[in-house]
Ligand binder design. Structure first.
Ligand SMILES: Nc1ncnc2c1ncn2[C@@H]1O[C@H](COP(=O)(O)OP(=O)(O)OP(=O)(O)O)[C@@H](O)[C@H]1O
Ligand SMILES: [Mg+2]
Length: 325
């Protein structure tokens, strides 16, 4: 924990009070955010929460009404084209030229991004292989399935080896195997290549599996940001953990637990006892009491809070807040 706090982060995205309106709607409302180098950053929120608008602001395809952003040290508004040389973007509804083949779609893009011809050819083959489109590369995109188009658009976003990837729902419409491949790719690009990924998704399991930190947006406001565990503690979600004790001492262990302060609930299955309590500070006291009573404890395993628990708890809180307004 203390190590986490002391670690110096290099930021690749910084925004201050970033705001964008569409008529009466404040799509992004005073967003102040930092994304660190090499992390997979999850951007969550309901339909219309402002995720796609944020991605567009960060890429300089949309200008803000207020506030500012720095992305890879550049201003998206003033240095959009230079910035986009280093960012890859998978948009929500990628535009591909349906009359052209997959390979030609990629080649045009490589040209646009100044990838040298010889390298482009190699890279295109590599990406077609990677996304299992090699045998369809010379077919017209108009004849591709939805998932194949999505995979081609992903290949296109990666073509110029960007150091910062914006992925707006990259696995929407993909079959489970293809979705898993995209997850592996996201993991690889961040862990092996040191690139940064900004991931908009509605899939909480995907976010939990892939993201180092997440932000939750509601109606243009960022209502939370952090690692799942941190958020769970901030919100005050109960902690759960398992204790495994000697088979002949289960009754003694249960007796010790009964009436202990901070224990909300417990149940038992053979010699494993599952405990729910207010916070993890319960664990040391509980262990001391067990040992004091002579119980032999073999294992204590905290159960990670799920991102789903965090998300719904935040959602409920915000609904309650809105109701009192
Ligand atoms: N070009 C536009 N013109 C008018 N309103 C817009 C435009 N783009 C976005 N909005 C509005 O801004 C708000 C945020 O939209 P945005 O697309 O950023 O949401 P989102 O979080 O990406 O949602 P989803 O999960 O459905 O993709 C919505 O109210 C939307 O209607
Ligand atoms: Mg969107």
């Amino acid at each position: 924990m203390s190590q986490e706090v002391e670690m110096q982060h290099e930021t690749v995205i910084t925004t201050g009070q970033l705001t964008r309106r569409f008529g009466e709607t404040v799509a992004v409302n005073a967003l102040t955010l930092e994304v660190y180098h090499g992390e997979v950053f999850g951007f969550l929120g309901h339909n219309g929460a402002g995720k796609t608008t944020t991605v567009r602001l960060l890429n300089g395809v949309l200008a803000p009404d207020g506030g500012a952003a720095r992305v890879l040290g550049m201003s998206p508004v003033e240095q959009g084209p230079a910035l986009r040389q280093h960012t890859g973007v998978l948009t929500e509804t990628p535009s591909l030229d349906e009359r052209l083949t997959g390979r030609t779609n990629l080649a045009i893009y490589a040209d646009l991004y100044g990838v040298p011809r010889a390298e482009a050819g190699r890279r295109i083959n590599e990406l077609l292989e990677m996304f299992e489109l090699a045998d369809r590369g010379d077919d017209q995109v108009g004849g591709y399935s939805k998932g194949m188009k999505q995979r081609l658009a992903l290949a296109r976003a990666l073509l110029h080896r960007p150091q910062l990837l914006f992925l707006d729902e990259p696995t929407a419409g993909l079959d489970p195997v293809a979705a898993r491949q995209v997850h592996d790719l996201i993991h690889h690009t961040s862990r092996e290549e040191g690139n940064t990924v900004f991931l908009c998704t509605h899939n909480l399991t995907e976010a939990q599996r892939l993201c180092d930190r997440v932000a939750v947006m509601e109606h243009g406001h960022m209502v939370a940001v952090g690692a799942t565990g941190e958020l769970a503690r901030q919100i005050g979600l109960p902690v759960r953990f398992e204790i495994e004790v000697a088979a002949d001492q289960v009754a003694l262990a249960l007796d010790t637990l009964r009436g202990m302060k901070g224990v909300a609930r417990f149940d038992q299955e053979t010699h494993t006892i599952r405990v729910t309590g207010a916070d993890r500070e319960l664990i040391p006291g509980l262990l001391a009491a067990m040992v004091g009573a002579g119980v032999r404890v073999y294992r204590v395993a905290p159960q990670e809070a799920s991102l789903e628990d965090v998300y719904f708890s935040l959602h409920e809180r915000n609904r309650a807040k809105e109701a009192t307004r």
